[in-house]
Design a protein around this ligand. Structure first.
Ligand SMILES: *Cc1c(COP(=O)(O)O)cnc(C)c1O
Ligand code: SF4
Length: 351
C-alpha cells in the first residue's frame, strides 16, 4: 500500500486489499486476482462500508467473482453495438437529436455487470484536449443535435475545472439546448461531489443529472447530502437502475429503491434490462420476471416512483420500453389487480 491511509478510507483495487478488508475469503484470492487481470476493480470506502455479507446486494455489485471469466453464448464485448456508432473518439451517436460524449472511462467503482466493462478502467480513456476540441467541432457541425449526454466512465470523476470547461464549451454551441450527466459518484463516492464540483455543473443551459443506483441502501446520508449540493443549483436529478438478480429482483427491493430515490428528490427514470456483456450471466433476470415485478408495484406505489423499463436492443438498434402491458389485443384493459375491463363504451374508436 502506497500511503498511510487507513484501509477503511482507501479505494480497494485488488484481491489482496479485498482480502485484508475481509471482503473476500483467503481461498477466493487467486480467482479474484484472475478476474482483476481482465476487468477493472474498485470499491470505494462508502460502498465497502455498506457491505454486510459476501452475498449482500452491495457486495454482489462490486466484488469480483470467478464466474466473470466465463462468457456465455449470448454475451458480447459490444452488447449494445456502440462501437459502430462512434464516428470519432469519445462520441457515440445513435439518435438524431442527442449524442453521448465520454470524456473519461474512469469510474469511482467498477460494477461487475457493467455493459462497457471491456472499455472502462482506471488507466484509460481520458480524452486529450485535441480530442475534446474535435468532439465539440463534430457536435457544432450537426445542428440536429439538441442534447449532449456526458457519460463514460463517469464524468464526475473529472476535476471541477475540467468539467466546467467541457460544460462551458458544449453550452456555447447554439443548437445544444440541454446537457445531461450520467454518474454513479453521488452514491458511490459522495465526498467527491463537493460544492466545487456541484458549482461546475451550474450551467446557464438546463442540465439534468442521472444518478445510477441499484439498491435503496446506496442512498446514505452522505449520498443525499451530495445530491442536495446539486439540487440546490436547480439541477433536476433522475435515477437509473439495472434490474439485477440478487440485488434488486424482488418487488420489495424495487419498491424500497424507488422510494429511496424519491426521498432523495430523485425521479426514477429508467430501469434497464441487463445488457449481455461478457461474464454477467449471474445477474440476468428474464424480461417476463421484470414485467411481473413492475406490475406488482402498479397501483400500490406512487406513480412518481415508476421508471420506464427499457431494453437496449443488441446490435445498436436503440432503447425501447418493455414494461408490463395493460392494453390488450381484445381492446380491453387490465387494471392493477389483473381484472379486465372492456373499453368499447368509453373509447368510441375501440368498438
Ligand atoms: C441511452 C442512450 C442515449 C440516451 O437515451 P434516452 O432514451 O434519451 O435516455 C443516447 N444515445 C445513446 C447512444 C444511448 O445509448
Ligand atoms: S459506474 Fe457505470 S460505466 Fe462505471 S462500471 Fe459501473 S456501470 Fe460501468
Amino acid at each position: 500500500m502506497p500511503d498511510g491511509t487507513p484501509l477503511h478510507q482507501r479505494v480497494l483495487r485488488d484481491a489482496p486489499a479485498l482480502r485484508v478488508a475481509g471482503l473476500i475469503a483467503p481461498a477466493q484470492e487467486a480467482a479474484v486476482a484472475a478476474v482483476e487481470a481482465r476487468y477493472a476493480v474498485a470499491i470505494t470506502p462508502a460502498m465497502a462500508a455498506l457491505i454486510e455479507t459476501a452475498e449482500d446486494p452491495i457486495a454482489r455489485q462490486f466484488i469480483p467473482d470467478a464466474a466473470e471469466l466465463t462468457t456465455a453464448a449470448h454475451e458480447s464485448a459490444d452488447p449494445i453495438g456502440d462501437d459502430a456508432l462512434s464516428p470519432i473518439p469519445g462520441i457515440v451517436h445513435r439518435y438524431a437529436d442527442r449524442v453521448l460524449l465520454k470524456p473519461t472511462l474512469i469510474c469511482p467503482v467498477y460494477c461487475r455487470f457493467c455493459f462497457r466493462r471491456e472499455h472502462v478502467g482506471p488507466d484509460g480513456g481520458l480524452l486529450k484536449d485535441a480530442q475534446l476540441q474535435a468532439a465539440y467541432a463534430w457536435i457544432a457541425a450537426r445542428p440536429a443535435i439538441r442534447e449532449v449526454i456526458l457519460t463514460g466512465g463517469d464524468p464526475l470523476m473529472l476535476s471541477p475545472r475540467r468539467l466546467a470547461s467541457i460544460l462551458g464549451a458544449l453550452s456555447a454551441i447554439p443548437h445544444v439546448e440541454t446537457l445531461r450527466i450520467h454518474s454513479r459518484v453521488p452514491v458511490a463516492e459522495p465526498a467527491r461531489l463537493s460544492e466545487e464540483l456541484a458549482e461546475a455543473m451550474a450551467t446557464e443551459k438546463p442540465l439534468f443529472l442521472v444518478v445510477h443506483a441499484n439498491h435503496a441502501r446506496e442512498f446514505t446520508a452522505a449520498a443525499r447530502a451530495a445530491l442536495r449540493r446539486v439540487q440546490r443549483r436547480a439541477i433536476p436529478v433522475l435515477g437509473q437502475s439495472v434490474l439485477l438478480a440478487g440485488v434488486n429482483d424482488s418487488e420489495a427491493a424495487l419498491e424500497d429503491l424507488f422510494r429511496a430515490m424519491l426521498a432523495a428528490r430523485v425521479k426514477p427514470y429508467y430501469l434497464h434490462q441487463l445488457d449481455a456483456a461478457p461474464g454477467t450471466a449471474r445477474f440476468h433476470v428474464p424480461i417476463a420476471r421484470g414485467q411481473a415485478l413492475l406490475a406488482g408495484l402498479r397501483g400500490r406505489v406512487t406513480g412518481l416512483a415508476w421508471p420506464t423499463y427499457v431494453l437496449d436492443i443488441p446490435g445498436g438498434h436503440g432503447k425501447v420500453p418493455i414494461g408490463p402491458e395493460y392494453l390488450e389485443q381484445t381492446g380491453a384493459v387490465r387494471d392493477p389487480q389483473g381484472a379486465h375491463h372492456a373499453l368499447a363504451a368509453h373509447q368510441p374508436d375501440r368498438g
